[in-house]
Each structure stands twice: as C-alpha cells, then as structure tokens.
Design a binder for this molecule. Structure first.
Ligand SMILES: *Cc1c(COP(=O)(O)O)cnc(C)c1O
Length: 419
C-alpha cells in the first residue's frame, strides 16, 4: 500500500473521494528548499521565482512565500491569487505576451515589483499606466535568443517565430522598446529575460542560453550604451514522468547555471549583478498524484481499456501534447505486471486517453489507479468539458492532510448561469 505524505492512498480516496489531486507537501518543501539553497553564489544577487502557472492556489503561494521565493504571474487572475494569499507583490514578476491595459493598471495598484515586457506596444502602455504612479516599477524585456531546447515541439518557445518576446534578429525594435522603458517615468529598466522551453533535459541548452544572453548584454552596452544589470533565464527544468526520463538533479542544474553565468560575466567585467531563474514544473510536478477509481474495463480487438472517473478534463497534457505518465494500482504495487492496458478517461473524445500503453497487474472495477507526476499543469489546465466537476486538491504531509481546493459541486458548476 502506498502512502503520499504519510497517508495511505486508500485513506485519501475514502476521505476526499476521487478523482483527487494529492500533493506530497514534504516533497514540495524539499524542492523549495533545494532550489533556495542551490541557487546561491557570492558572485551575484540571485532570485528564484516560482512560475505559478504550473499550479496556482493560495496554499501553494503561501508555501512558496515561506521559502522566500519570488513569484511569476501571467494574468490578473494569477495575480489576484498571489495577492489574496498575502504574497508580497513587490516580489511578483508579471509576464505575458498580451497584458491588457486593465491588467497593467491592476498590477500597478497591487504594487507589482517587476513587469517582464513582451513588445513595444506594451512598453508604450506601461509608460502611460505608470506616468502618475506613486512608486517605480522594475522592467525586464523578454528577448528571444533563438535557441530551441530539445523537447516536444509544441512546448518549445524560443524559435525565431515564437509569439514571445523580441528576437535578437529584430534589434531595431528591441532597442526602441528599451528606449521607451528607459524614458518612461517611474519605470526602472533592469535587463533582459528569456525562457527557452519546457521539460529540458540538457544542461547544454542553458549554457547556450547564458552565453547568448550575457554576450548580448555586452553588445547592447557597447553599441548603444544600454546598461543591463539583471538577467532572468526562465524555467523549463525537466522532471521524471516515466522511467524513460532522466532529469539532471536540480542542485546540479543550479550549480551549472551559476558557474556558466560567472564565467560569462568575467568577459563583461562583472557587468551583470543579478541572475534569476523561474522554475514551475520542477517544483510541483513530482510532488503531485492523481487518484482515480476504475469504473469499467473494456476489451476491444487490440486493446484492454481501463476507464477511470476523470480524464482529459483534469489532465489535458496527454491529449494536448502526447505527454506520457506512469501509474500504479493501489494495493497491487508489488504484484507482477500482467496485462497491457490503455487508460482512458470518461470524456466524449476518442483522444481522451491518459496513458496509451502501460503494463499493470490485473485490474478490477473499484481499484484505485494512481497517476504519478501530475502536479504541474494538471489542475491549472483543467477544464469543465462534459461538465465534469473539478476535483479537490489535497496537501498531505507528515501524516496530516488538508483540503487546499474544495471539490466543485453542481451548485458551483451552474453558479454563473442565468435562470
Ligand atoms: C512556463 C514558464 C516558466 C516555467 O516553466 P516550467 O517548464 O514550468 O519550469 C517560466 N518562465 C516563463 C516565462 C514561462 O512561460
């Protein structure tokens, strides 16, 4: 029998029902602690930002705050969550390729510390919004250094036609955007930001990113007299979804990043003062599990289906980009795998398959199937398709459990509908 954070899967299912998202809080704390300790150096001021889009709720934000993290938000909704959780808004970075004027004004009113500017139009908007602001906001410019990290093509963001940031190839626009920010009242332009992809296994990708960003900072100074003191390298650190994945330990990634930064900074005579990273997935993914109840088994000519009581509505990643997951049957962990199964959800889509192929001991209706590593982009990408109710989210740590997001009810589901 498996336990998560000291409580058995069976007990969790019994107490909270299924489908259920469960986070091992001890694991979350370990990840936060690891990042905080590993991303330190005497050579720079460092900052670790939690990319809250991976999993955003008040309990998670509070946990992150406890460990001294900065926070990334991409919308007013994520910002409201941070604010209501009591996160210090001066430690919030506001990202996004199309922030609305209302969102920017809201960010100003909340006292958001840093805006990561995506394009020139947005820079002009920021100039306007902050004209009479009682305090200064920091700004970074999102740039596209044109590096493709080796991962699934749908989640690569830094190719030349990416919708994010301004490409190094569009230098005129890039410099013009920085000029707008430099000239704006109450805006303090600090530097550049890039995010080269997701689920990146290769340290070399980050080294290339670092080399390009530092060299570009030197180039901007030399050619245009633009002073850059901050470089934000983004996130994208890989996690283990299945045994085929072998991510580099976070401690090693942090050390490799910092030593590459130090090396590049020597070439710039110490121009860069502050380095940031923005992990999302790698903090929450492996701490998260989804517990389903098996309802039915069905045999077709070529497949043995397991039908579970959730599916693409609570985890869109397999359908969206063929993401792979591992799972086990609670109580049968030590039994030999006998049958090759396909795990399917209950939504009206043939593509509602959670796991294409997995060998498990013989399953029966009523068994609990636990999917591993569902902590990132699961709840945050969940939908109401087929009007399935959003599952509850439970934190389980040191043998104690607590609901952090309640299970939806039919009342919630219909709460916005006019009679
Ligand atoms: C998504 C994203 C992150 C986090 O990526 P992970 O793969 O979850 O680590 C960080 N920064 C930016 C700008 C992002 O878009």
């Amino acid at each position: 029998m498996t336990t998560i954070g000291g409580t058995s899967v069976q007990q969790l299912a019994k107490e909270y029902g299924t489908p259920l998202y469960v986070y091992d809080e001890d694991h979350l704390r370990m990840m936060l602690d690891t990042y905080q300790k590993a991303f330190q150096t005497s050579a720079f001021e460092t900052g670790v930002l939690y990319a809250s889009k991976a999993f955003s709720c008040k309990a998670m934000i509070r946990l992150v705050q406890e460990y001294g993290f900065y926070l990334d938000v991409v919308s007013a909704g994520e910002l409201v969550t941070a604010k209501q959780a009591g996160h210090d808004c001066s430690k919030v970075f506001f990202h996004g390729n199309n922030k609305t004027p209302e969102e920017l004004a809201f960010a100003r009113d909340c006292g958001v510390g840093t805006i990561v500017v995506d394009n020139q139009t947005e820079a002009e908007r920021i100039k306007e919004v902050y004209q009479d602001s009682p305090y200064k906001v920091h700004a970074l410019l999102r740039v596209n250094p044109g590096i493709e990290a080796h991962t699934h093509k749908y989640i690569v963001t830094a190719h030349v036609d990416s919708k994010f940031g301004i490409s190094f190839l569009n230098e005129e626009e890039l410099v013009a955007t920085i000029r707008v920010l430099q000239e704006a009242d109450n805006v303090c332009f600090d530097g550049i930001h890039a995010h080269i992809g997701s689920q990146i296994f290769d340290k070399q990708a980050f080294r290339e990113e670092i080399a390009k960003l530092f060299a570009y900072a030197g180039h901007l100074k030399e050619t245009y007299g633009i002073e850059i003191n901050t470089i934000n390298l983004g996130g994208g650190f890989a996690v283990r979804y299945t045994n085929a994945d072998a991510p580099i330990p976070i401690k090693d990634v942090c050390e490799a990043i910092l030593s590459a930064c130090e090396e590049e900074n020597q070439k710039l005579n110490g121009q860069i003062k502050r380095v940031c990273i923005e992990p999302g997935r790698s903090i929450v993914a492996e701490a998260g599990y989804t517990i389903y109840t098996i309802g039915t088994l069905k045999k077709t000519p070529n497949r043995n289906y397991i039908f579970v009581d959730g599916g693409m509505a609570d985890n869109i990643r397999p359908a969206l980009y063929q993401a792979e997951y591992d799972a086990f049957l609670d109580g049968k962990e030590t039994m030999k795998g006998e049958v090759e199964y396909t795990v399917a959800g209950k939504c009206c889509e043939s593509g509602d398959i959670l796991i294409q192929k997995i060998t498990l001991p013989k399953a029966e209706p009523g068994d609990l199937l636990v999917m591993k590593t569902t902590g990132a982009y699961g709840y945050s990408m969940a939908s109401h398709y087929n009007k399935l109710l959003l599952p509850a989210v439970v934190f389980s740590g040191s043998g104690k459990t607590r609901t952090v997001i309640r299970r939806e009810t039919y009342e919630h589901l219909l709460s916005l509908e006019e009679d």
